[in-house]
Design a binder for this molecule. Structure first.
Ligand SMILES: C[S@@+](CC[C@H](N)C(=O)[O-])C[C@H]1O[C@@H](n2cnc3c(N)ncnc32)[C@H](O)[C@@H]1O
Length: 140
């Protein structure tokens, strides 16, 4: 499943995310931290372009090519994280994330369908504050 949102700023955001996560993982690869990546607004992992017959342009939407979403971008970063936490309130989006999880059996991925505020309070904050050996990158 893909979903449509954003425009060229989304492409820019994902390029920045990829650069940041690559640098983050590289900088910490020789440290003894357990590296976590958390995305509270994970989406489906894919972003559909706006060139389909049902697309109705608005003032703020600009046609873009199909993109890897933040989830797939994070999963493909090398050397990668030890643990990925993906959350989205939309059950259909979580179902799409489940398929992505199946395609990455070697990755340690947890999925949830909470409101983002609850996800941060219940999952992200406890995971990082209770252990000194954890390092966290957060996206949305
Ligand atoms: C812009 S989209 C996905 C962005 C994704 N991080 C990416 O770049 O590929 C935002 C997502 O946030 C989810 N969402 C919206 N409100 C939410 C909330 N309160 N808590 C959790 N997820 C939410 C939507 O279902 C949608 O999938």
């Amino acid at each position: 499943m893909t979903h449509q949102f954003g425009g060229i700023w989304t492409k820019k955001k994902l390029e920045i995310l990829e650069s940041y996560l690559s640098a983050y993982c590289l900088a910490l690869k020789n440290q003894s931290f357990t590296l976590h990546y958390a995305d509270a607004f994970a989406g489906t992992g894919k972003i559909k372009n706006h060139k389909n017959p049902h697309y109705e342009p608005t003032l703020f939407s600009i046609p873009i090519d199909d993109l890897r979403g933040s989830v797939v971008t994070a999963l493909e970063v090398k050397p990668g994280f030890h643990q990925y936490h993906f959350n989205d309130i939309n059950p259909q989006h979580v179902a799409a994330l489940r398929e992505i999880k199946k395609q990455h059996p070697q990755k340690n991925i947890t999925l949830s369908d909470r409101d983002a505020n609850e996800f941060v309070a219940l999952i992200v904050i406890p995971a990082t504050l209770t252990a000194h050996s954890e390092s966290l990158a957060v996206s949305g």
